[in-house]
Design a binder for this molecule. Structure first.
Ligand code: SF4
Length: 260
């Protein structure tokens, strides 16, 4: 067995072990098929494998989170962990800050009023909510909807990074300053952060099974959080400019009606 195949196999076995799968059965080897796979250009065969495994990989991350007590948000009134929702093969991923009351109640990100606005933004882009993937920086509701504290974002952030590495979207849209700061590692105003693309590769934990050297990373755009837009609707125009920039990059057709 060549070293690349051996490493890939070892990584896959580690991944299954972390998911709690220990019993693996070996099928008789079809030498012709092995040769055919070996002859394929590597990025293609690797991409196909990864695409097929995305729902399982996301499930594995959720299982790794478990009934998490890693940061203090676990004891500050959360009802449940809000992991993420959407298409594991999405080209577009939205990243928010953290769950609010409705999200905490229903276990899904962006389902309250801000969620309705995000749904409208997604429709305006010519997509459906089910087409995209949506997650937050922290998976537990901060009390009183306060901003997640640095230690909380730092502790929970690696799970988000792993989600991004599994979905491999073509564009990530960071909604609001907390998401932007967590993902980009910079501390700047929204006015300075938005309106352009950044090259982005998720910072993964050392032993994360999602590490994939064939994936160069993705593009990241920053725009206002829908909850902020509810408080200051004047910024919707600016947000729409950011979304149009993303649409142009993804080749999405301009909508026929306005997001409002
Ligand atoms: Fe764990 Fe994240 Fe919840 Fe903190 S916010 S308890 S790290 S799942």
């Amino acid at each position: 067995m060549d070293p690349t195949t051996r490493d890939a196999l070892a990584e896959r076995l580690r991944f299954y072990r972390e998911m709690g799968i220990y019993d693996l059965y070996r099928r008789p080897v079809d030498e012709t098929a092995v040769e055919a796979i070996a002859a394929e250009p590597e990025p293609m065969s690797k991409k196909l494998t990864v695409i097929q495994d995305r729902p399982i990989a996301l499930k594995g991350i959720r299982e790794d989170i478990g009934d998490c007590t890693r940061c203090k948000l676990h004891e500050q009134g959360r009802k449940q962990i809000v992991f993420g929702v959407g298409n594991p093969d999405a080209d577009l991923m939205f990243v928010g800050e953290g769950p609010g009351a409705d999200e905490d109640e229903q276990g899904e990100p962006f389902v309250g009023r801000a969620g309705q606005l995000l749904n409208n933004m997604i429709s305006a882009m010519g997509l459906k909510r089910e087409d995209v993937y949506i997650a937050n920086v922290v998976k537990c509701r901060p009390p009183g909807n306060r901003t997640p504290e640095r230690d909380e974002s730092d502790t929970c952030g690696p799970f988000l990074m792993r989600q991004i590495a599994v979905v491999k979207p073509k564009v990530v849209v960071a909604l609001g300053a907390v998401a932007a700061k967590t993902l980009l590692g910079v501390n700047d105003s929204m006015a300075n952060l938005r309106g352009r693309f950044y090259d982005f590769a998720p910072m993964l934990p050392k032993n994360a099974p999602e590490r994939d050297s064939s994936w160069p990373g993705t593009k990241l755009a920053v725009t206002y959080h829908p909850a902020y837009l509810l408080r200051d609707p004047r910024q919707k125009k600016e947000t729409w400019k950011d979304l149009q920039m993303v649409m142009a990059d993804l080749g999405l057709k301009p909508p026929t009606k306005s997001q409002d």
